[in-house]
Design a protein around this ligand. Structure first.
Ligand code: 6PG
Length: 272
């Protein structure tokens, strides 16, 4: 069972980032959760950087940022001050400028010598804060040119787990391993050296989120975006296809370059 995505195409990354910022602020304003908190998970990479900058500047006074709790969709196995750290990027562009309280920052400890232990620690942290299955209010995702999202890479164990979480084989008990976060070794031509160790939210966690927003920009993403949104279902090859299992429409905010391979009918209009 899949839910049709909501795809909006913008002239460029700037316009898509501005729309994403408006969407995020609007969602945060509407959300009146328990203890009035809003739980947001961020992704890394270069695409969301402009979004983070916009939130910290033009939207600085748009919401009560003290209500927000920040999580991560995935993390690299590096220290928080490393240039590749997803937490480090968000801290520099958003958390520090908005002076977000440390209690509201829930980072994945990429520096942990044992990534599996770091994943289990994050899994426990999610279950503890949410007092059960982690229902994020919003997860901001990206798309790799190889079809990955978060760190659900083609052919990776977490992708295989996601497929199994979607349709558990009959009679197979859910593995006792952490359900919500996994560490894994991934391979991709996109990664320096072709491989990396990553810690990622699982598909089960992403599909629980009240809102999934995927921000995609650049011509290099066009072939993958077309396969993810309009290609034959092949999630081991294009893991981002698994997001379609979300019971709520996934918002895809993409620029013209990334959308250039989409069939003509995939365009919606949102003010850019
Ligand atoms: C990461 C991200 C990853 C990212 C895509 C796109 O840790 O790298 O979580 O899933 O969203 O790789 O990255 P770019 O935005 O740099 O193209």
């Amino acid at each position: 069972m899949t839910t049709p995505p909501l795809v909006s195409v913008f002239p460029n990354l700037e316009a898509a980032s501005r729309a994403a910022a408006r969407q995020l602020v609007g969602d945060c304003r509407k959300r009146r959760g328990v203890r009035d908190e809003v739980h947001l998970a961020l992704s890394g990479g270069s695409t969301p950087r402009r979004l983070l900058e916009l939130l910290a500047t033009e939207h600085r006074d748009a919401i009560d940022w003290s209500r927000l709790h920040f999580w991560w969709c995935d993390e690299r196995t590096v220290p928080p001050d490393h240039a590749d750290s997803n937490f480090g990027t968000a801290s520099r562009l958003l958390l520090a400028p908005l002076d977000i309280a440390p209690d509201c920052i829930h980072r994945i400890r990429g520096e942990h010598p044992d990534p599996s232990a770091a994943a289990a620690e994050y899994d426990r942290s999610l279950v503890s804060v949410f007092r059960g299955p982690p229902r994020l209010d919003l997860a901001v995702l990206g798309l790799g040119a190889d079809g990955h999202t978060a760190s659900l890479f083609p052919g990776s164990p977490a992708t295989l787990l996601g497929i199994a979480q979607l349709a558990p084989p009959p009679g197979v008990e859910e593995s006792p391993a952490p359900r919500w976060v996994r560490a894994q070794h991934v391979t991709s031509p996109l990664l320096s050296g072709g491989a990396a160790s990553r810690i990622t939210l699982t598909l089960a966690t992403l599909l629980l989120a009240r809102r999934l927003l995927v921000l995609v920009a650049g011509a290099d993403k066009a072939p993958a975006l077309r396969e993810v949104l309009a290609g034959a279902f092949d999630p081991m090859r294009y893991p981002a296809q698994l997001l379609a299992a979300c019971p709520r429409p996934v918002l895809w905010l993409v620029d013209e370059a990334a959308a250039s391979h989409l069939p003509a009918g995939w365009r919606a209009s949102l003010p850019s």
